[in-house]
Design a protein around this ligand. Structure first.
Ligand SMILES: Nc1nc2c([nH]c(=O)n2[C@H]2C[C@H](O)[C@@H](COP(=O)(O)OP(=O)(O)OP(=O)(O)O)O2)c(=O)[nH]1
Length: 141
C-alpha cells in the first residue's frame, strides 16, 4: 500500500534571526475542527512545487508579507515534524522583509509572543513539540 504523506511548510517568523525574542503566531479560522487553535503560518506544498517557493507563496497569500528565510528548525526524524498521521511539516525561521502581517485568509488573529509567552495560546496538537523546540532555540540565543 502506498504511504500517504502530505507535505506542509511553515515559518517561525521571529524578530531577529540571530537572537529571536518574539514569535508570530496565527489563530486558525477554519476548518471548524481547527478554528481557534494557533499555528505557524504556512500551508501545503502543491504538486511539483518547490518547498521554499510554497512557503513564500503561502506567506504572501495568508499574511501579505515577504520574508527573509533563515535556518530550518531541524525535525526529529529528518522527514519533517509529524503534525498529524498524514501531514509532515518542515519549519524555517524567517524575519519580515516587506509588509505588515495581516490575517488575510485562514486566520482571524495574529499575535507576537515573547519567549515567556509561547505557552499562552492553545497551539494545534501537532505544534506543541515544535513550539517546545522553538522555545529552546530562544533560550540559547
Ligand atoms: N500551516 C500550518 N498547518 C498546520 C500547522 N500545524 C498543523 O497541524 N497543521 C495542519 C493543519 C492542516 O491539516 C495542514 C495544513 O493545511 P493548511 O490548511 O494550512 O494548508 P493550505 O493553506 O494549503 O490549505 P488549503 O489550500 O488546503 O485550504 O497541516 C501549522 O503550524 N501550520
Amino acid at each position: 500500500m502506498q504511504e500517504t504523506r502530505i507535505d506542509v511548510v511553515a515559518a517561525a517568523i521571529v524578530d531577529d534571526l540571530d537572537h529571536p525574542t518574539r514569535l508570530l503566531a496565527a489563530r486558525r479560522s477554519a476548518p471548524p475542527a481547527l478554528a481557534g487553535r494557533w499555528e505557524l503560518p504556512g500551508g501545503k506544498v502543491e504538486p511539483g512545487e518547490d518547498r521554499l517557493a510554497a512557503l513564500h507563496r503561502e506567506l504572501a497569500e495568508e499574511l501579505g508579507v515577504t520574508v527573509t528565510l533563515g535556518a530550518e528548525l531541524p525535525a526529529s526524524d529528518g522527514e519533517g515534524w509529524p503534525i498529524t498521521p498524514v501531514h509532515r511539516m518542515r519549519v524555517w525561521f524567517a524575519t519580515l522583509r516587506e509588509g505588515d502581517p495581516t490575517p488575510l485568509e485562514d486566520h482571524d488573529e495574529l499575535r507576537w509572543l515573547g519567549a515567556g509567552e509561547l505557552d499562552d495560546v492553545p497551539w494545534l496538537d501537532g505544534d506543541v513539540e515544535i513550539v517546545a523546540a522553538l522555545s529552546r532555540s530562544f533560550q540559547r540565543s
